[in-house]
Design a protein around this ligand. Structure first.
Ligand code: AKB
Length: 316
């Protein structure tokens, strides 16, 4: 097999920023090519190229030029932003996936990673410990695109032998990168506002429990899944993955441990309906059994680590 050379498409987003760093630590900076439609905001420690995720020729040229063997396709519109422009969300989320699946089918890639989400589930899904295989009737365009994409991943795997792997991410929380247009973003914004102003107004109501995960766990899971022997990867749609669940009231209590007097208020907006349609907790036993997934962070450990890193970054 050729030497591993990775291309991350959508490298400047919330996951991309941290995944590129994780991949470069694991495989060497020169073996990981970052790419995005926009100039990177953070200093690059390895190669970066600009490309539109819907430009097949552009992506093909990068694969040829850099000898790419694996693609992590992260470019997408997330749940809240996608609702503002459903047609564009569908186009971006689906066309980009078809391009990499087709390139893999043509033998130009050994392996593909494509992120799915808890958004594949909807109001008819069991809300607690949502199983790997269950009712999935999403009500958002983002969820519809993720569910359809999972189906295509499984189809390309079964029909053409494409080695494509996917995780249904819960809400992701990290300090290195900003979230971009999701329903779970409040759980990152709260830290920035608490540190800067001692107060935060949540766009989700106090009792809105959602599954969440700390970014270091999500990055480790992503690379571990991609490094797992192919015969261990039994799910070719998307793996359920759980970290911990909480609601805005519970995270506010944790934040107040670090910022005494912190004030939380609530002004639910259109994102509330999206959150209400999603599960509250996830059964990830398939990921644990198939490729040894295990989270390391719980709510308090995540909050402690966020504060340790963000306070000096924001306050100087
Ligand atoms: C979003 O809120 O849209 C994302 C997700 C759960 O996929 N964070």
């Amino acid at each position: 097999m050729a030497e591993k050379k990775v291309l991350v498409i959508g490298s400047s987003g919330q996951i991309g920023t941290e995944l590129v760093e994780g991949l470069r630590e694991r495989f060497g900076a020169e073996n990981v090519v970052a790419s995005d439609i926009k100039e990177p905001q953070v200093e690059q420690t390895g190669p970066f190229v600009m490309v539109d995720a819907t430009d097949r020729r552009g992506i093909e040229r990068i694969i040829e030029k850099h000898g790419i063997t694996e693609v992590y396709l992260l470019a997408a519109l997330l749940s809240a932003t996608a609702e503002k422009d459903p047609a564009f969300a569908w186009k971006l989320n689906m066309e980009s996936l078809f391009i990499v699946l087709e390139l893999a089918r043509d033998g130009k890639l050994n392996r593909v990673y494509w992120p799915s989400s808890i958004a594949v589930f909807g109001p008819t899904t069991p809300k607690h410990m949502t199983p790997q295989h269950t009712i999935a009737e999403p009500t958002t365009v983002y969820g519809i695109s993720k569910l359809a994409g999972e189906g295509w991943c499984q189809y390309y795997h079964k029909r053409y032998g494409v080695d494509v792997r996917s995780i249904r991410y819960p809400g992701l929380i990290g300090w290195r990168s900003a979230p971009g247009g999701g329903t779970t973003d409040y759980a990152v914004h709260i830290f920035h506002e608490a540190i800067k102003h001692g107060a935060y107004t949540s766009f989700l109501g106090p009792k809105t429990t959602l599954p969440m995960m700390y970014m270091p766990d999500a990055i480790r899971a992503t690379i571990d899944l991609m490094e797992a022997p192919a015969q261990h990867v039994k799910e070719r749609t998307g793996y359920n993955l759980a970290g911990f669940s909480f609601d805005p009231e519970q995270i506010a209590v944790e934040v107040e441990r670090h910022i005494p007097g912190f004030k939380m208020s609530y002004a639910p907006d259109s994102r509330q309906a999206i959150a209400d349609s999603w599960p509250q907790s996830i059964d990830d036993s398939a990921a644990r059994a198939d490729w040894g997934w295990e989270p390391r962070y719980d709510l308090s450990a995540m909050v402690d680590d966020m504060m340790t890193n963000l306070v000096p970054m924001i306050k100087g």
